[in-house]
Design a protein around this ligand. Structure first.
Ligand code: FES
Length: 107
């Protein structure tokens, strides 16, 4: 189970052990990470699971598929190069020490 760190908008960090095979969104909501809303339950239809992946990690993750890219046009917070929908990232053991920042808003 890789250790993953979520960084809240106020800078506070929350580390968790996340099981491989679940989505980053599921790991976050299961751990009570504030700011990951996930209104659509992981169907890539709401963009309320938006996160900023650390630049050092962004290039190491599987690239977003067209449905994710389309929904990233609808994020409430500004879109950045590391923007991803956390529901579309499946955790693997290779994601040890992944760091993601939670935007200041999802609506
Ligand atoms: Fe809705 Fe990710 S949970 S797009």
């Amino acid at each position: 189970m890789p250790d993953i760190t979520f960084i809240e908008p106020d800078g506070s960090e929350h580390g968790l052990e996340a099981p491989a095979g679940v989505s980053l969104m599921q790991a976050a909501t299961g751990a009570g990470i504030k700011g990951i809303v996930a209104d659509c339950g992981g169907q890539a239809r709401c963009a309320t699971c938006h996160v900023y992946v650390d630049p050092a990690w962004a290039v190491r993750l599987p690239p977003p598929q067209p449905v994710e890219l389309a929904m990233l046009e609808c994020t409430a917070a500004e879109r950045r190069p590391g923007s991803r929908l956390s529901c579309q990232i499946t955790i693997t053991d290779a994601m040890q020490d992944l760091r993601v920042q939670v935007p200041d808003t999802q609506w």
